[in-house]
Design a protein around this ligand. Structure first.
Ligand SMILES: Nc1nc2c(ncn2[C@@H]2O[C@H](COP(=O)(O)OP(=O)(O)O)[C@@H](O)[C@H]2O)c(=O)[nH]1
Ligand SMILES: [Mg+2]
Length: 308
């Protein structure tokens, strides 16, 4: 579609805008064919303020330097104007050069049941076919989102902050299977070393054969700091290592099917929501079974049909 285009970045930007605010019907119009998925997807997740945007800008710059065409999309619930350091980084990068090998875009997140923006899968889909090699997607981790992002990206990087021992203890229980790479960021702050050690011990124990796809990827635990350029080289290398491991060890067809499942489930959920929002009160004053059956009938008609 974009072959021979003179401005793939603008094209991708338009494609993202189209999907960012689209109804289900509009979204489906862009999904009539199965695209060849070529973008390697790196998910970077973690709490607000963990330093994800800062880390991503360093990581992206490094990967572009190595010759990759890198797209970055930040699904951010905070205003990109007031909070998004990624926007500042973009301005800084653009000031240095109008590098056609990097694309950065911040998109306000929409609510979803699983903490991941309800259209993240569709946004990633829309980024295919514009000549980029990989996409780094920033998502704010609010518990469930860290698990959900697994379904749609290839490598999950979880960014954590050096914290008190108590917080680490509480977190350990939830760390199971969560990420492919753990990063204790802001390692210039006290407590990073201790925390990284704690997580590494937990991660090693959890890399049992029955976890993580069957043959023991042991998630590395790295420390990064915006004051230490070498720390991002280590992160870059860890991502490449995971990518190589994944390439040979996982069932790619199964992954593709799981992604389709996740994406279609999201589309159906949103379509159901659209229909329930416009359902007359009288229709809602019925039993859940009756409402469900009425909804199923409406779902059976093409989405958008009969709408203005
Ligand atoms: N001390 C320290 N501060 C950092 C580091 N990385 C980012 N920050 C600061 O942490 C704040 C949040 O960073 P940001 O990248 O926007 O975090 P995000 O919300 O996870 O995307 C900003 O004020 C950054 O300047 C770091 O390595 N060390
Ligand atoms: Mg951010």
């Amino acid at each position: 579609m974009s072959k021979g285009s003179r401005n793939p970045r603008r094209e991708m930007s338009r494609a993202l805008s189209r999907v960012a605010n689209a109804t289900v019907a509009e979204t489906l119009e862009t999904q009539a064919e199965l695209p060849e998925q070529v973008l390697y997807r790196i998910g970077v997740t973690g709490a607000p303020g963990a330093g994800k945007s800062t880390l991503i800008s360093r990581l992206a710059a490094r990967r572009v330097e190595r010759g990759a065409k890198v797209a970055v999309v930040a699904i951010d619930p905070t205003s990109p104007v007031s909070q998004g350091s990624i926007l500042g980084d973009r301005i800084r990068m653009d000031a240095v050069s109008d590098d056609p090998n990097i694309f950065i875009r911040s998109i306000p997140s929409r609510r979803a049941h699983d903490g991941l923006a309800d259209n993240t899968a569709d946004l990633l889909w829309a980024m295919e076919g514009h000549g980029f090699d990989e996409v780094i997607v920033e998502t704010v981790g609010v518990g469930q989102a860290e698990y959900s992002v697994r379904a749609i990206v290839d490598t999950v990087v979880l960014v954590l902050l050096p914290e008190s021992g108590d917080a680490v203890q509480a977190m350990k229980a939830g760390l199971l299977e969560m990420a492919d790479i753990y990063v204790v960021n802001k390692a210039d702050l006290p407590g990073a070393e201790l925390m990284a050690g704690d997580i590494a011990a937990t991660a090693a124990r959890q890399a049992a054969p029955e976890i993580n796809g069957g043959d023991g990827w042991v998630p590395p635990v790295l420390q990064t700091s915006s004051r230490d350029a070498a720390s991002f080289a280590a992160l870059d290398a860890a991502i490449e290592a995971h990518r190589a491991w994944r390439q040979n060890r996982i069932d790619h067809d199964a992954v593709r099917r799981a992604r389709s499942r996740y994406q279609v489930q999201g589309l159906i959920g949103r379509r159901a929501e659209e229909l329930l929002e416009t359902m007359p009160d009288a229709d809602l004053d019925r039993s859940p079974k009756e409402i469900y059956e009425a909804l199923l009938q409406q779902l059976a008609t093409a989405p958008g049909e009969g709408e203005t």
